[in-house]
Design a protein. Sequence first.
Lengths: 377, 377
Amino acid sequence: MPATIRDVARASGVHISTVSRTFSAPHLVNPETRSRVLACADDLGYRPNRAARALITGRTHNIGLIIADIANPFFPPLIKAAESQARQRDYHVFVADTNEDPAAEEELVHALAKQVDGVLLCSPRMSNSLIEQLSREVPLVVINRQVAGLPAVVMDVGQGARLAIDHLLGLGHRDIALLSGPRGSWTSREIRRAAAAAVRAGGGDLTVLGPNLPTETGGTALAEQVRRCGATAVLAYNDLMAIGLMEGLHDLGLRVPGDVSVVGIDDITLSRLTRPKLTTVATPTAAAGRTAVDMLLQHDSPAATRNLRGGGRSSAGDDRRTTAQVMLQTELVIRDSTGPGPRAGRTDGAAGVEHPGPHCPAGPGSPAVATGEVVAS
Amino acid sequence: MPATIRDVARASGVHISTVSRTFSAPHLVNPETRSRVLACADDLGYRPNRAARALITGRTHNIGLIIADIANPFFPPLIKAAESQARQRDYHVFVADTNEDPAAEEELVHALAKQVDGVLLCSPRMSNSLIEQLSREVPLVVINRQVAGLPAVVMDVGQGARLAIDHLLGLGHRDIALLSGPRGSWTSREIRRAAAAAVRAGGGDLTVLGPNLPTETGGTALAEQVRRCGATAVLAYNDLMAIGLMEGLHDLGLRVPGDVSVVGIDDITLSRLTRPKLTTVATPTAAAGRTAVDMLLQHDSPAATRNLRGGGRSSAGDDRRTTAQVMLQTELVIRDSTGPGPRAGRTDGAAGVEHPGPHCPAGPGSPAVATGEVVAS
DNA sequence: ACGACGACTGCAAAGGTTTGCAGCGAAATA
DNA sequence: TATTTCGCTGCAAACCTTTGCAGTCGTCGT
């Protein structure tokens, strides 16, 4: 029932190839003819069949975006940014959710492979080797992970964790707990590494709790352990866990930041709505989404010269996509969930800052930021 | 580079049609041959090209899901449910976000039309007539809206609003404000209608504020107006606005539920995390997602008999999809953001319930539910 | 012993589009 | 005026599958 290119050709009295060109190479067709064709097309409600086009050009103008958990508020801004960036380049984004399941990740890549021109793998949980193998099936850009030979955009959570720990140390905390993330998460490893180093450098003690599900319930469930381990400050893998932890601590009768200081990572909008407002490391999620799309589409080459008529498959050649790794800056946002530690004098409330990092003259409610660094390559 | 059906045929020494049948009609091919073909296919990493298949069968095995705003926590559960339901039937879901923009909605339907077998339109903002027109281009199921002649699944927010208002009236509130949703939202109209009726029936006064953006900031911005209009209780279009409003009221020095009672709609997970915890109307979002997929796929007919060889397009015939409208039940979840109104005696804290609805013996923290009704057709 | 039937497989058309090549008339050049 | 050039358009192959039809061959019934 939908109008095809042939219907338009018939209606406007030209050959289908002319109709085709009217859309894909307008400069090749006489303005007069062109407008006539366009009129007919509009009249019939014709729209090029992207599937058929994809069949011959080899480009679908779709890109896949695989997300660990759409329900985690960390992701939506990234998704939106990716979508709008893609839309500008006349691409569409297909989002898929894996429920934090590595197996689902793999299956989805396979399913998407033939229907998209590339896939954005966001916070993948699967193994490096599997990712590399998959990347031979379809162009991949990984987000929040580094895998050799693949383009990647990562947020510098290491730097973020360092800032957070320094903030805590500066407030007088020595016994610090780290709520780690899910198994297989590159981000979680990175945070742990940086946090451990920072705590060691500051002469403190770090207790690592995990791995855990990166959700509120995951955080809530850890409240008891946090109390038991005697930490006076906690850095959580993400805001969701931090918020869940605050809930759990509250139920245990512990006060934040009175008894325990809590800092999260991500700066989801929710972190501004809790009481107390959450101190957290802001990650540039939207920028990550945009950048990832750009990296995937940077070789938006017009249908990578194929030999239509020739027989044997031509050698792939040096179409090697430049495999850059972009690292995005993070910031510490100081709000109300962190306060002086047990060894601090009675400062009258806010953070009496003396730690080495940049200026943090924060009072509650007027968040100050300490910025990390950009290390692009 | 990726292996095609021809490669497999060559490798296994059979005709491509046999390979094809091996995948799409296994019972038609000799088990021996079949296993040989499968071995070769596996060997070459062959996967059928869905685009090419779609070209001839007319079914892509994809379905589109158009969402007003992925960042609104109301939607993710629906998305996840739809995805898992679709996956079970060997379909994939492509999610797209419109940023609450009706124009984007239309454009997305067009873009998706040829790449999917149907589209789920979730909380659409565009006009009924446009939706009907679009439905001639691609099968549509609308969610949270009723449009004549189209299959729909709606949550009974009318019933939910009624329960909420009755709850408020029962607590002794007379001056009630309604924070309405975005322009063009069927849900918002429905809520308003039901709320107005319920308030009138209870002898109270309803002030409608809006339309508004259905976000926290949208809610926060209304705090001042709420104070000015003198309402002691507020029903918000959704939880996000309710939570934003609570923030705004807090900043104004008003206490919830001391000075103002607040109830939301949706029961997003976040509503359990605010202080005070939000009283709200729970909507069955996951069920809606599942149901919508089922409705779209109920006519999963094997490639609706097409005349491959014949000339003139055959008459469409009576393939009319049954146009059911399913209505899903909602529940009132009483938490801590609602309390006695100005005319109530000094009840000692909790909700002294006497309104007509089902049992609500709620104390804060132990939420009770009052269920609505199912009206399927 | 012969025809019918069944299981399996090959043949070729079709689906909607893109694109290299060739054709054509007219304008520009020699 | 003859010839090249250029702008535009048509022709047909190709992309990868699916599927109706026809062919082969062996089995069964009579």
